[in-house]
Design a protein around this ligand. Structure first.
Ligand SMILES: *Cc1c(COP(=O)(O)O)cnc(C)c1O
Length: 332
């Protein structure tokens, strides 16, 4: 069977040409006689791969010199702990709760200091982004935390909160590289790559240099201390080398497609909604090669995750299928 149109929320669709290129290089990476999976992460070839990946990412996001780019492991979840461990010098932080990921990050932060929920949309099942124009942020707060895009509920910050001079930390797992952003508005931006950039196992953290310090929360594991990773150019221990290699290819693909403005234009379409016919819809769609449309288990319904690598044809086919389905099952 041919490839399907995969609308999964993550791990998610990758550009087909990236996968083909990786397949071509699988057994023998550019004359090295081995796969990228098999080579030393301290060797010259991998050094070239990771440096080029970083350079392309810096280019795409226009990352200033005073920000470090770290390729880490442990999923976005591990950063839920690393963020407070590295930043809570006053042991206070302000969290905006816009969904389950923000809430989990907030609950994790409470283990390490005084995390305060300064705004929340939990009252209406996170169906909206709360007003963040005049948040009650404690003076001594070390940072303000947001989850920028919430795919489960289909919400996104279209305007960043007024942090009143405090550092902004954002989990961008589900909107990474999907539109142009101004990095200088963030102190820390991080995300797991499996939604929009590459295979699971890599987390990218972009961190303003002055925040990478030795005075972390006592007991912070060596691996979770950003300074350990920054001082070793993300090669403190064995990195997720193959994943970084694929990310590098996706960065090149995004550049070739026209960069983040082009990704934004590709992505300006979205989610569907239906009711009792959902199971039938999902079943019939699967038969047509449209897969992973079932909504998150906590909210039900349906969800089409349309990340950067989803081809237009996939969206067109989904829209056509939806119209056809609607015609066959008219609303009462
Ligand atoms: C998927 C997701 C996570 C969880 O990512 P893991 O890498 O599985 O830990 C966290 N935050 C957001 C916004 C996500 O979309």
């Amino acid at each position: 069977m041919d490839r399907v149109y995969n609308f999964s929320a993550g791990p998610a669709v990758l550009p087909e040409e990236v996968l083909r290129e990786a397949a071509d290089e699988m057994l023998n990476y550019r004359g090295s006689g081995m796969s990228v999976m098999e080579m030393s992460h301290r060797g010259k070839i991998f050094d070239g791969i990771i440096k080029e990946a970083e350079a392309d990412l810096r280019d795409l996001l226009n990352i200033p010199d005073n920000y470090k780019v770290l390729f880490l492991q442990g999923g976005a979840w591990t950063q839920f702990a690393a963020v407070p461990m590295n930043l809570m010098r006053n042991h206070v932080a302000a969290y905006v709760i816009t969904g389950q990921w923000a809430k989990k990050a907030y609950q994790e932060a409470r283990k390490y200091g005084d995390a305060i929920a300064v705004a929340s949309s939990e009252d209406k099942t996170y169906s909206y982004i709360p007003d963040c124009s005049n948040l009650d942020i404690p003076e001594e707060a070390d940072y303000v935390y947001i989850c920028e895009n919430n795919t489960i509920y289909g919400t996104k910050f279209h305007q960043l909160p007024d942090t009143k001079g405090h550092d902004l930390v954002a989990d961008v797992s589900s909107c990474f590289l999907s539109e142009p952003v101004d990095i200088t508005k963030y102190a820390v931006m991080y995300g797991g790559v499996q939604k929009n950039i590459g295979p699971a196992g890599v987390v990218i953290a972009i961190i303003r240099e002055d925040l990478i310090r030795d005075d972390v929360v006592p007991g912070t594991p060596t691996m979770l201390k950003w300074k350990t990773q920054a001082d070793n150019d993300s090669l403190f221990n064995t990195p997720p080398a193959y994943g970084i290699y694929i990310c590098g290819k996706v960065f090149k693909w995004i550049k070739k497609m026209g960069g983040l403005q082009a990704m934004k234009e590709r992505n300006e379409k979205n989610v569907i909604g239906d009711k009792d016919l959902e199971a039938q819809f999902v079943r019939e769609a699967e038969a047509e090669g449209l897969v992973s449309l079932k909504g998150h288990r906590t909210v039900g319904g349906m969800r089409a995750s349309i990340y950067n690598a989803m081809p237009y044809e996939g969206v067109e086919k989904l829209v056509a299928f939806m119209k056809d389905f609607e015609a066959k099952h008219p609303a009462e």
